[in-house]
Design a binder for this molecule. Structure first.
Ligand code: DER
Length: 237
């Protein structure tokens, strides 16, 4: 089946399994797969009328626009910091549910909102599923950095863990990508053959002055739904 059909299968299954009448606050991730999540939520709210109280907390400017475009109730962490379920996509998911996120540059707010949720559910197509990190996703692990620090942080990461960290340059704007938070992004292409302890890597990189957040989501996802190429669904938890 088409990639979009695989995304939609994962997204709709996750919404119908995890969003019930008791779900008060839902965290909404970012990217292309989440569009199918919000479309299904809108069907449930407006066509079926089954989710009258649902409040949606966004994890990016894009997620906020999606919520508004579908006339869902917009929340925020000031008022709704206790989140029942957070649903988001991922760039890669390994066999122990370690995620690489940030392909869409939204990793910082995504991790913040995910950290406030009781349950974190990932929805993805089959291209995101790997036995080991780096098998499928070769664009590196995104790191959000303060603009003044992007060069020293780049070198510090490379000294600590090897590979190469590259400043993410915009395609339709001169100069680097600027995130929703006004920061830059480094994409760290780690050494594929090297055995990394991703929990240790995430903590060490997070401690470097100037690093705001990493795209390594370790011990955060509870369940992942993969839409497969043959139209079936794979569930990992
Ligand atoms: O940027 C992000 O973290 C997105 O969630 C990304 O990881 C998934 O995007 P996709 O659903 O468009 O593949």
């Amino acid at each position: 089946i088409e990639l979009d059909a695989a995304k939609r299968l994962a997204a709709e299954t996750a919404v119908d399994q995890y969003v019930t009448e008791d779900t008060k606050v839902l965290g909404i991730g970012s990217g292309s797969t989440i569009v199918f999540v919000v479309q299904r939520l809108a069907e449930r709210v407006w066509k079926e009328g089954t989710l009258p109280e649902l409040i949606c907390v966004p994890s990016s400017f894009q997620a906020r626009q999606l919520i508004l475009d579908h006339n869902l109730t917009l929340g925020d962490l000031d008022r709704n910091y206790k989140i029942d379920v957070y649903i988001d996509g991922a760039d890669e998911v390994d066999s122990s549910l370690v995620l690489i996120k940030g392909g869409g540059g939204c990793l910082m707010q995504e991790k913040i909102v995910a950290s406030c949720a009781k349950t974190v559910v990932i929805v993805a197509d089959y291209t995101k599923r790997s036995l080991r990190l780096g098998e499928q996703w070769c664009k590196g692990i995104p790191i959000e950095v303060a603009p003044i620090a992007h060069v020293p942080v780049k070198h510090k990461i490379e000294e600590l863990f090897g590979g190469e960290a590259q400043l993410r340059i915009a395609l339709k704007k001169a100069g680097p990508i600027v995130t929703d938070n006004g920061n830059f992004l480094l994409d760290w292409r780690f050494v594929a053959k090297r055995e990394y302890d991703w929990d240790e890597v995430n903590k060490a990189i997070s401690m470097i002055p100037g690093v705001l957040e990493t795209g390594l989501f370790v011990n955060m996802a509870h369940k992942c739904y993969f839409g497969m190429a043959n139209g079936t669904l794979k569930v990992q938890s």
